[in-house]
Each structure stands twice: as C-alpha cells, then as structure tokens.
Design a binder for this molecule. Structure first.
Ligand code: AMP
Length: 507
C-alpha cells in the first residue's frame, strides 16, 4: 500500500476528461492532464538529482503549472517547500540555509540573485513563470509523462511550510503524507465535497489554506477548481453563477460585501467557507442578510491543518470556529501548568490527532516545548469551549499580527527597525483596521536628540521585508511600557493606540 498522498489523488485521474483546474484565462487542465504534466515534471526533478526526502523549494507565481509542480514533488517522494512570493532575496536566503533544498525553483526574474544563494548550499536552480516559460517547463515539455509514483510511508514528509514564533526566526513545520491525507479526507466528508463541486480559488498557494485545504480537498473529491491568480471581487461574483463553493479569508467577504453586484447573482453556490483569521460576527450577519447563506467558519494552523469547523448541517454560530473535526481532539488548558479547564473557562487551545504535524524542521527542542506529554499540541491560541462544544477563539497567546489573512511575526520586523541608527528599540503590534483586520504598526523609541522619522524608517526597511509585513504607521514614544519582569506590555500599547486606523485623526 502506497502512503503517498498523490496515489490517493490519482484515483480521481481515472475520470481523465473532467476539469481539475481552470485559470479562467483559457488554461484548462483536466485530471488526465494533471497526471501527465505531474509525471513530466517528476521526471525532470529526478533528472535534476532530487531524491526521496529531498526538499524542493518553490517561490513561484500562482499558476496551474505550480500545482503540477506540487503534485510532481509528491510523486517523486520529495518534500514540497513553498515560499511566499513576497519574500525578498534576503529572506529567501534564510530559508535556503535552513532547509538545504536539493532544488530551488523560482520566477525567471529572480534567477540571477537566487542562483548565488542556492549555490551556497549546493542546490540546483530552475525557473517557472506564470506564463509557463522557464527552464523547468522547457525540460518537462520534452520529458516522458509516465512516472511511477514513489512509495512513501504515511509518516514520511510530504511538505514543509514555514511558520514562525514570536521569539525567533521562522520555523519549518514538517507535514507528513498522513497529516495531509487524513485532514483532507475529513474535510471532504465534513463539507460534503463531490466531483460535482466547482471551487472558486483566489487564495495564495504557499499557505496551508490555499494549498492543502483548497487543493487537496478538491482533488480528492474529483471537483473542479476555478483557479484565480488573485482576489478579484468582480470576477468572483461572476463565477458564482457557475461555481458551488468559495473558500476565503475574512477580508474576501468584507470586500465582496462592498460590491452592489453581490446579491442574486447565482443559484448553485452551496457553501462559503472562511478561515485563517477571525471573521467578525457582523460580517457573518451581513453576508447572511445579503445572500441568504451562513458563512461556515473553521479554524486551523500550519502546524495542525484544520482542527475545528462549524457544521455543514447544524447551526453555524457566528463568532465561533465550530466543533472539533472527527478524529481531532480539542481541549482547553491552563496556559501555565497545562491542567485541563472546563466548559466556558478561558485558556490555551490544545489539539491532538492525525492532523498534527511531525515537528519543526531540525528543532527538536522547540517541538518538544510545544507538545504536552500526552501528545497534545499547544497552539498558542487562547479560547474556550462552550456548553455545545463550539470553540471560541479569544486571542492569540503569541503576539502574532494577522493582516489581510497574512501572519506577521513582530520580532522579525522589530529586529530590522532596531538595527537602524537612531533607534533605541521598537515594538510591533496589530491594531484594529477596517480593511485588513489588523494593521501592522511600529511603536519606536528614538535615541535622544535623533530625529529619524516615519518615512526614513519605512524607506530603510522596505527592501528587506515582504510588503505585507511593512508597518502601515510608525509611532514614536519616549519609552516602551514594561512589566516587572521586563517584558514589553504590548497589550498596553494596543490599548493606547486602538483607534489609530478607525479614527485616523488620533495618533
Ligand atoms: P497559520 O499557521 O498561518 O495558518 O495561522 C494560524 C493562526 O491563525 C491560528 O493559530 C489562529 O491564531 C489564526 N486563525 C486561523 N483560523 C482562525 C479563525 N477562524 N479565527 C481566528 N483565528 C484563526
């Protein structure tokens, strides 16, 4: 029995003529095409020296061919490692050094800069552009489409997705074939996916939501995907006439609600799913009022895949992330000593199940620090479970900022700002923002007599950090508030500046 996730997906390639991916710009890929193209690319990977267990690092634009590359990596028994396309070369260098990939695949426009970086760890480099040009596609187009999928054990690694903590640089979350397969099959069942479904996909594919939740669930049910390069509200509303499901981050729903075209444009849509950040109860209510559909909110994270979901048939309760998924255990514990807490008591959310990752890449101590002895993973999110078993997320223990569905880890930005001459120290906080959910905000203490300004700091860091991480505002104060243990009290800062983006005149 092959535990390779691809061999399960392959079952659906028997229906070779049905559409798997349609980029709505004329590029249509059937399940038969997926099999052939992924076979061709897998042959190229092997030709380039990629062996089972090797990392294939990928920083490419969203495209049908990028999905084929993901599937090809699975087929070759290698470990897929996608990177956010917004990462700068400086950031990519960190990931290359940490993960030591055998092959780095990037957009042709980055080849020159990244080939030097790849060379430092002996990685080869190939290119793939959204228009399907580049050395990878050229080689694949003359390769054989036949490729026997490499046998993998369920616990072998399928992917590494980089996440981060507040205390350091990004960590690679190691996900096994069994993690991805079990979670996708659970979601197919929970959300009643079938081959008659047509999913609107407007999420990035370097993150667990757009890659594993959206793609694995669709392919394992033989569904079709309308595969959009980016979030385009008008196009999405148009596609709702023929599609059945939308998966999005809360920002999608906020933006779609701004369109007067939203109402009465479709008949076949059966499900709207939201996740990755909190969906405001008022967005949920407004969506229901305008469309008649209750958005189904679910909760997951890179390390655990999906943990909970509001029910398909039962009540979808706004402001909650629903019930534990079948096979997943969720509990609330005292954050200090890990003792279990009861109904409606607020504490740390912990999860256990086949969905939970195999640990952080080359960081056994960090992995151990986030696991309880009985195998529960400490998520870092605070919450409570109510009488009916619905989970409520009440905040993040970690000081993660989630802006427009993207996670921003303060430490990384603070380090860049602190390194600038004239800066004593800084704190990055997320403040309520009407459009992004949270706006990244820097609070900076300057050296006495130095007059470095907001623009000076932004100019100095803008090439070093992905755009979504850049602070929307930089505020200056005399000293950061600290508790007796010397820890910066970010809650005090968040409170002091909470209206910054809501009433722009303040601050
Ligand atoms: P990531 O690893 O990028 O998927 O981010 C995971 C984090 O996103 C979780 O630990 C939560 O803090 C947050 N998150 C995911 N889904 C939800 C949700 N439905 N409501 C609130 N926060 C969420």
């Amino acid at each position: 029995m092959n535990g390779n996730l691809f061999s399960y997906i392959q079952d659906h390639t028997r229906d070779a003529s049905s559409v798997a991916l349609d980029d709505t710009n004329g590029r249509i890929c059937t399940y038969g095409d997926l099999l052939g193209l992924s076979g061709q690319i897998a042959n190229v990977l092997v030709e380039r020296g990629v062996r089972p267990g090797d990392r294939v690092m990928v920083q490419v634009e969203k495209s049908v061919m990028a999905v084929c590359l993901y599937l090809a990596t699975l087929r070759a028994g290698a470990v897929f490692l996608p990177l956010n396309t917004a990462y700068t070369h400086y950031e990519v260098e960190y990931f290359v050094r940490d993960a030591e990939p055998a092959l780095l695949i990037c957009d042709p426009s980055h080849e020159q800069a990244l080939s030097q970086i790849a060379g430092r760890v002996g990685a080869r480099i190939d290119t793939l552009a959204a228009d399907e040009s580049g050395s990878l596609f050229e080689a694949a187009s003359v390769a054989s489409p036949t490729f026997p999928t490499i046998i993998r054990q369920p616990d072998d690694l399928a992917a590494i997705l980089y996440t981060s903590g507040t205390t350091g640089r990004s960590k690679g979350a190691m996900l096994t074939h069994a993690n991805l397969l079990s979670n996708a099959l659970t979601l197919v069942e929970a959300w009643k996916f079938t081959k008659r479904d047509i999913l609107i996909h407007a999420l990035p594919i370097y993150h667990t939501h757009g890659l594993f939740v959206a793609i694995n669930v669709s392919l394992l049910s033989g569904a079709a995907i309308k595969f959009l390069r980016k979030f385009e509200p008008d196009l999405i509303i148009e596609l709702m006439k023929e599609a059945t499901v939308l998966m999005g981050v809360p920002t999608f729903y906020v933006r779609l609600l701004q369109s007067p075209q939203l109402d009465n444009t479709w008949s076949g849509m059966r499900l709207f799913i939201s996740g990755s950040a909190p969906l405001l109860a008022e967005t949920h209510a407004e969506w229901q009022r305008r469309t008649g559909h209750a958005i189904l909110e679910r909760y997951g994270m890179t390390e655990t895949n999906m943990n909970t979901s509001n029910p398909y048939d039962g009540e979808r309760v706004a402001g909650t992330v629903g019930l534990a998924l079948p096979g997943v255990s969720v509990r609330i514990s005292n954050p200090d000593d890990g003792t279990p807490l009861g109904i409606d008591e607020i504490g740390m959310i912990e999860v256990k199940g086949p969905n939970v990752f195999a640990g952080y890449w080359r960081l056994p101590e960090k992995t151990a620090a986030e696991m309880r002895p009985d195998g529960f993973f400490i998520t870092g999110d605070l919450g409570k479970i109510d009488q009916r078993g619905y989970l409520h997320i009440l905040g993040r223990g970690k000081d993660l900022v989630i802006t427009g569905g993207f996670n921003v880890y303060p430490k990384e930005i603070e380090e860049e700002i602190d390194a600038l001459p004239g800066v004593v120290e800084s704190a990055i906080i997320g403040l309520p923002h009407p459009d992004f959910g949270e706006g990244v905000t820097a609070v900076v203490v300057r050296s006495p007599g130095v007059n470095i300004g907001e623009d000076d700091i932004l100019v100095a860091i803008h090439n070093r950090l992905a755009r979504y991480k850049l602070p929307k505002r930089i505020l200056f104060i005399e000293a950061l508030p600290r508790n007796t243990m010397g820890k910066v009290q970010k809650n005090v800062l968040r409170d002091n500046f909470k209206d910054l983006y809501l009433h722009p005149a303040v601050g």
